[in-house]
Design a protein. Structure first.
Length: 353
């Protein structure tokens, strides 16, 4: 699967459930994001591709109750799932509000290059897919001597979810078992320093600097989130079509009375669900590299934005500092890496032990 194909698939899932797109002019750090910008829907479908059913026998765990179906954001239905960036969580959606993930966790194994990975799942409320009120994200365990827990680069990841017949808590039982195979590409990590007088983005691949750009981040009244973000989407699908708009474009519409606009913005890479992008901003050239003036997005000169769009993979990591904003919440896309490990291990909304 090419990177653009992955972008199209993720666009289908993310945008259809979102209904809000473009640089935000107001954010909250609890509950759901509060936006003043919208975009046209990317697609009329809100259901991700079906996950691959496992041929493994059902779990021997006896359970009865309401059936709970699971869908996986990434799957191998369309061929090799990847390469993804090293920050890409495995995301599962659940058709019922299960009350325990203890047996689910025990029934799911994940290996990296054939070796077991002791990562864990974190549950949160979801509004991405109609009828699937809870989602869970799996992130790998920190490696010995490391302060982060990203997937290794150039790796093969296999998930075996033998959950059919397994309890989801009293009164709930999973009705499907799934498998997943995905790969990671090079370790793409970008560091964005929005400090006044710095305004710079440095891009690395497998530990080597490959490019750097001047930036303009969110203005003081519309600050960019700080912390670790993950590429969610590249461009968007043209309305009513299954293909991406040309030139990585996204329609961005501002509805604030003091800041109304309707622009199709090229070379747009989405990094939060509430609407932060790294994108071309030819209109803001006088501020790029000098000061933060955007509605929360990371503005780049057009040539730089095109380079980053072509370079980026879904799942790539960006680390933001000096924004003046709050830390990106976990629910705002793939904010998983901003959750402390001790908190992550609790399982979030649904206990895993």
């Amino acid at each position: 699967m090419t990177t653009n194909r992955i972008a199209a698939v993720v666009s289908t899932i993310v945008i259809a459930g979102l209904g809000l797109s473009a640089c935000t002019s107001s954010k909250t750090t609890t509950g759901q994001p509060r936006n003043s910008v919208v975009s046209s829907p990317a697609t009329s479908s809100s259901t991700p591709p079906p996950s691959t059913s496992s041929s493994a026998p059902p779990s021997t765990t006896a359970a009865t109750g309401q059936p709970v179906h699971i869908k996986i954001l990434e799957d191998d239905t369309y061929g090799p799932a990847g390469p993804y960036g090293i920050g890409m969580p495995i995301v599962a959606y659940f058709s019922k509000k299960i009350t325990s993930a203890k047996d689910f966790s025990k029934a799911t194994t994940i290996t990296v290059n054939g070796q077991p990975n002791a990562g864990s799942w974190y549950f949160e409320s979801s509004a991405i897919i109609s009828g699937y009120p809870i989602e869970a994200h799996f992130r790998p365990a920190p490696q010995p001597g490391s302060t982060d827990a990203y997937w290794p680069a150039h790796a093969s990841i296999h998930m075996d979810m033998k959950t059919k017949g397994v309890s989801g808590g009293p009164g709930f039982v999973f009705d499907d078992s799934l498998t997943l195979n995905m790969t990671t590409g090079a370790a793409h990590i970008s560091t964005v320093n929005c400090t006044a007088g710095v305004e710079k983005m440095v891009v690395t691949s497998d530990g080597k600097t490959v490019n750097s750009f001047p930036t303009s981040c969110g203005a003081a009244k519309t600050p960019t989130f700080t912390g670790v973000k993950v590429v969610m989407q590249k461009g968007e699908q043209a309305p009513g079509k299954s293909t991406l708009r040309p030139d990585g474009a996204v329609e961005m519409i501002g509805t604030s009375p003091s800041d109304r606009y309707d622009l199709v913005v090229p070379w747009s890479v989405r990094i939060t669900q509430s609407g932060e992008y790294v994108h071309a901003a030819s209109w803001n050239g006088g501020n790029i590299g000098r000061r933060s003036t955007s509605n929360g997005c990371t503005n780049l000169n057009t040539a730089d934005a095109k380079w980053f769009y072509d370079f980026a993979m879904i799942g790539d990591v960006l680390n933001y500092s000096g924004t003046g904003g709050t830390k990106m919440p976990t629910w705002d896309g793939f904010g998983d890496w901003n959750v402390p490990q001790a908190v992550w291990n609790t399982g979030g909304l649904v206990p895993t032990s």
